[in-house]
Ligand binder design. Structure first.
Ligand code: ADP
Ligand code: MG
Length: 726
C-alpha cells in the first residue's frame, strides 16, 4: 500500500484532455460515452477479450467451420445489388493467406474496414471458387496490437470512439500512475481485508483488467474490482443505516404485555415456525430504544398480517398507538375488516379510570367514512383513545396527528426512504420516532435485498401456513384475445377445455378472476381491452354467469361496489386489469385466468396467481397466450414449475438481470460497472459483512480516510455529508 500515491479522487479531477492522445474531437466522442475524466476512463472496462493464442491462421481454415482470425485489411469496396441493397466486399489477409468478406446492407463497413486496419474476424468459412470467404462476419477492430490478450472496449463508430483509442489512453493513465514511472495508486482497503480475501492490489487490478497477460489475470482483477464496487455500495448503505439509528430515538416497547400474549393464545391455529421467528426478530427490535426499520418479505399467503398485528399490539401494550398503511382503499378496508375480527373483544387498560378496561379501538380512515366520522376519529387519535388506525398513505399526512405513534406497518410499499421516515416522526406528539415495519410480497433474492434495501434489516417469512392446497398452473397456448388461435396449435380445443373446467368450478360455487391483456403503459387501452374481454365473455363463454368488471378508470366507489359484490359471492367472475394484483383476498376464488400471460413479468404473474389458493379448495391458474421469445417461454415455464416466490425471484434475476431490481433506489455514481448482483451474489454478502465490520469499529470512518474519500467521490454530495457527519 503506497500511502503517498494517487487516489481515485485525483484521477477524477483530471479531464480527459490531460492525456496526450485526446484533443477536442476525441474528448467529444468520450463525452458521448459519459467519460469526462481519467477516473471515468479507468473504470471504462473492456466488454470482452480476444485471446489471440486461440486464433487460427487463414490457411488452416476449413469450409463450414466457425473461426476467428486476426487480419489486416487490404481493400474494401461497395456496390449496389438487386433491390437497391448495398454489398460491401473486403479482402483481408494474415501472413498465411487471404480471405474475402462480404457484407450485405452494411454500407458503413467500407469506411470501417479501410486498408491497413487490423481486425479480428469471426464467422463461418465458405469456399467460393476456391477462395475462402465469410458472409456478414463479426468484426472487432483492435488497432495495431501485439499483446496476447486484446481487450475490446465498448465502441461506437458513430461517435468515433474506438477500442484501440481507449486502450491507448488507458495505457497512458496506467503508465503515469503505476510505478516505476508513476507514483502508484492508493489502495484504501484495509490490509486485513486484502489478506482475508487474498486480493491483489488495486493497482494490479486496474492493470490486470486493462492489460492482462492471461485470462486468469483478468479473473483476479475482476474479483478485486467487483468487491470494491459492492463494498463501496454496502459501506454507504450501512453508514446510512447507522446514521439514522444515531439521529433517531425510539420507544423501548413492552414485548410481553397482555395484549400480545392474549392475541397469540386465542388464535385458532398455531403460528408457523417462520412466523414465530420473524415475530421474535421484530420484538427484539421493538424492545430497543432505537427505532426499527425492518423489511418483512413473505410470499403471498405466508401470513404477514399476523406478524403486523403482533408488532402493533406490542405498541398498544406499552400505551402507544399503531398505524397500518395499505397501498389502496380496497386493501385498507380488507385489512380493517380482518384485523377487527382478529382483535374482537380484546380490551386495554383505561388510563382515565383506575380499575376498568375499555375495548381496544381499531379505526379505519378511508375516503368512505363520512366527514363527521373522520373528524371524530382524528380528534381521538390525538387524545389517544384510538389504539390502531388503518388506512392508505393519507394516514400519515397533513392533518393527522397521533398522541403517541409507536409502530407503523406499511404494506406492499416498495419505496419508503429517509424522507418518509422524517414525515412519520412529525405525526406524533411524542418525540420518539415510531418503529417501522415495511412488508412486501414481492420477494427478491436475499443478496439483492441487501443492496436494494441495504439500509433496512430484512426478515423473511419463508414458510406457508399448513393446509394450503398448492395452486396448479397450466399453460394454454392461444392468443390472448381469445378468438384468434395461434397458428399451428390446437388452441381452440385447449381453450374450450379450459372454459369447461371454469364453468364447472362456478357450478360448484367457486369464483373466478380473469386478468386482461396488458396492452401497454396506457391506462386507456388497458381499459378498452378489459371492456372487450368482459363483453365477449358475457356474451359467449360465460353467458350463463354473473360477471363484474374492474379497472383503473372506475371511481373508487364503483370499484368498492364491484369488489363487495365479488367478495360477498354475488358475482361469479371478476374481469379485471392488474388492479387486483395486490393483496385482494377472496378465499372462495379458485380460478385465475391470465390472458396474454407472456406480456407479464414473473413477479407480476406470481402476484396475480397468489389471488387464488387462499381457501381450502383446490385452485388453478391458467396462463393463456403465446410467447415469441425464449425468455418469455422460460418465464411462463418457471411459473408452471414453481409456486415458491423466492425461487421465482432467482429465476427472474437470472432472466432479467439486476437493472430492473436496482431501479431508482440507486442514484448518483455508485452504479455497478463490473459487479452483477446475479453473477456476484456471494460477493454481495461478503461486502455487506465487511462493511458492517468496518463501520461498527469506526462509525465515521475516521481511521479509514481513504474509504471515506472514496465514498465522497462516488456518492452525491448530500448523501456523503449525511453519512459521514458525526
Ligand atoms: P399475506 O398477507 O402474507 O399474503 P395473510 O396474512 O393475508 O397473508 O394470510 C393469509 C391467510 O393465512 C389468512 O387467511 C390467515 O388467516 C391465514 N394464516 C396466517 N397464518 C396462519 C397460520 N399460522 N396457520 C394457519 N393459517 C394462517
Ligand atoms: Mg397481505
Amino acid at each position: 500500500m503506497s500511502e503517498r500515491g494517487v487516489d481515485l479522487g485525483r484521477l477524477a479531477e483530471l479531464e480527459v484532455e490531460a492525456l496526450n492522445g485526446v484533443g477536442p474531437k476525441k474528448a467529444k466522442a468520450l463525452a458521448k460515452a459519459d467519460i469526462a475524466n481519467l477516473l471515468d476512463l479507468l473504470t471504462y472496462y473492456p466488454r470482452k477479450y480476444l485471446d489471440r493464442t486461440k486464433e487460427a491462421k487463414i490457411v488452416d481454415l476449413f469450409e463450414g467451420e466457425e473461426a476467428s482470425v486476426l487480419v489486416t485489411v487490404n481493400s474494401s469496396s461497395s456496390r449496389r445489388i438487386r433491390g437497391g441493397k448495398v454489398m460491401v466486399t473486403s479482402t483481408v489477409s494474415d501472413e498465411s493467406g487471404s480471405l474475402k468478406l462480404t457484407f450485405f446492407n452494411q454500407a458503413w463497413r467500407e469506411r470501417q474496414l479501410c486498408p491497413g486496419r487490423q481486425a479480428v474476424i469471426f464467422g463461418k468459412v465458405e469456399l467460393y471458387r476456391g477462395q475462402r470467404q465469410m458472409t456478414n462476419p463479426v468484426v472487432d477492430l483492435v488497432g495495431d496490437k501485439t499483446g496476447r490478450i486484446i481487450p475490446v472496449y465498448p465502441q461506437s463508430d458513430k461517435s468515433g470512439l474506438h477500442s484501440w483509442d481507449v486502450a491507448e489512453w488507458v495505457a497512458e493513465i496506467l503508465r503515469r500512475t503505476v510505478p516505476p514511472s508513476g507514483r502508484g495508486l492508493v489502495d484504501p482497503l484495509p490490509d486485513y481485508l486484502l489478506d482475508e480475501h487474498d486480493f491483489i492490489t488495486r493497482e494490479a487490478a486496474f492493470k490486470g483488467i486493462h492489460q492482462p497477460e492471461s485470462l486468469a489475470e483478468v479473473a483476479e482483477a475482476r474479483r478485486r474490482l467487483v468487491f470494491d464496487e459492492l463494498f463501496r455500495l454496502q459501506l454507504a448503505l450501512v453508514l446510512r443505516k447507522r446514521a439514522i439509528e444515531r439521529t433517531e430515538n425510539g420507544a423501548a416497547h413492552v414485548t410481553d404485555g397482555p395484549l400480545l400474549i392474549g392475541f397469540t393464545d386465542r388464535l385458532p391455529f398455531e403460528l408457523t415456525r417462520a412466523q414465530r421467528r420473524v415475530i421474535d426478530e421484530i420484538l427484539a427490535d421493538l424492545a430497543k430504544p432505537v427505532p426499527m426499520h425492518r423489511l418483512l418479505q413473505g410470499d403471498v399467503g405466508a401470513g404477514k398480517t399476523l406478524v403486523a398485528v403482533a408488532a402493533m399490539l406490542a405498541a398498544v401494550d406499552g400505551g402507544h398507538q399503531a398505524a397500518l398503511m395499505a397501498p389502496t382503499e380496497v386493501l385498507a378496508e380488507q385489512h380493517y375488516a380482518g384485523i377487527r375480527q382478529l382483535l374482537e373483544g380484546m380490551t386495554v387498560e383505561d388510563s382515565t379510570s383506575l380499575f376498568s378496561d375499555r375495548p381496544l379501538r381499531v379505526e379505519l380512515l378511508s375516503n368512505r367514512v363520512t366527514a363527521a366520522e373522520r373528524k371524530r376519529i382524528l380528534s381521538q387519535l390525538i387524545t389517544g383513545e384510538v389504539d390502531m388506525a388503518i388506512g392508505t398513505h393519507a394516514l400519515i399526512q397533513d392533518n393527522v396527528m397521533f398522541s403517541s405513534l409507536g409502530v407503523v406497518v406499511i404494506d406492499e410499499q416498495h419505496r419508503f426512504g429517509v424522507e418518509q421516515r422524517a414525515a412519520l416522526r412529525e405525526r406524533s406528539y411524542e418525540s420518539a420516532s415510531p418503529d417501522v415495519l415495511v412488508m412486501t410480497a414481492t420477494p427478491i433474492p436475499r443478496t439483492a435485498a441487501m443492496t436494494v434495501y441495504g439500509d433496512l434489516d430484512v426478515s423473511v417469512l419463508d414458510e406457508m401456513p399448513p393446509g394450503r392446497n398448492p395452486i396448479e398452473t397450466r399453460r394454454v397456448r392461444a392468443s390472448g384475445n381469445l378468438d384468434q388461435p395461434a397458428p399451428g396449435l390446437d388452441t381452440a380445443a385447449d381453450l374450450e377445455a379450459m372454459w369447461d373446467e371454469v364453468r364447472s368450478e362456478i357450478d360448484e360455487g367457486r369464483q373466478v378472476y380473469v386478468v386482461c391483456p396488458l396492452i401497454d403503459e396506457s391506462d386507456k387501452l388497458d381499459v378498452a381491452s378489459a371492456e372487450a374481454v368482459f363483453d365477449r365473455l358475457s356474451g359467449v363463454e360465460l353467458a350463463e354467469h354473473r360477471l363484474g368488471l374492474l379497472h383503473g378508470r372506475l371511481t373508487p366507489a364503483e370499484k368498492d361496489q364491484t369488489m363487495d359484490l365479488f367478495r360477498s359471492g354475488h358475482l361469479d367472475v371478476l374481469v379485471a386489469t392488474t388492479v387486483i394484483e395486490v393483496g385482494v383476498d377472496v378465499p372462495n376464488a379458485t380460478v385465475m385466468i391470465i390472458l396474454d400471460a407472456g406480456r407479464f413479468g414473473i413477479a407480476q404473474l406470481h402476484q396475480l396467481r397468489g389471488r387464488v389458493g387462499r381457501g381450502s379448495h383446490r385452485s388453478t391458474c391458467w396462463l393463456v397466450g403465446e410467447t415469441t421469445t425464449e425468455d418469455g417461454e422460460a418465464r411462463l415455464q418457471a411459473l408452471v414449475d414453481s409456486t415458491d416466490g423466492f425461487e421465482l425471484a432467482e429465476v427472474d434475476l437470472d432472466l432479467r438481470g439486476e437493472g430492473t431490481i436496482l431501479g431508482e433506489r440507486q442514484k448518483g455514481r455508485n452504479d455497478l460497472r463490473l459487479a452483477s448482483l446475479r453473477r456476484d451474489r456471494t460477493v454481495v454478502g461478503e461486502a455487506r459483512q465487511a462493511a458492517i465490520d468496518v463501520v461498527d469499529a469506526d462509525p465515521t470512518l475516521d481511521a479509514h480516510s481513504g474509504l471515506a474519500a472514496e465514498l465522497q467521490l462516488f456518492l452525491d454530495q448530500g448523501d456523503a455529508e449525511f453519512l459521514l457527519k458525526s
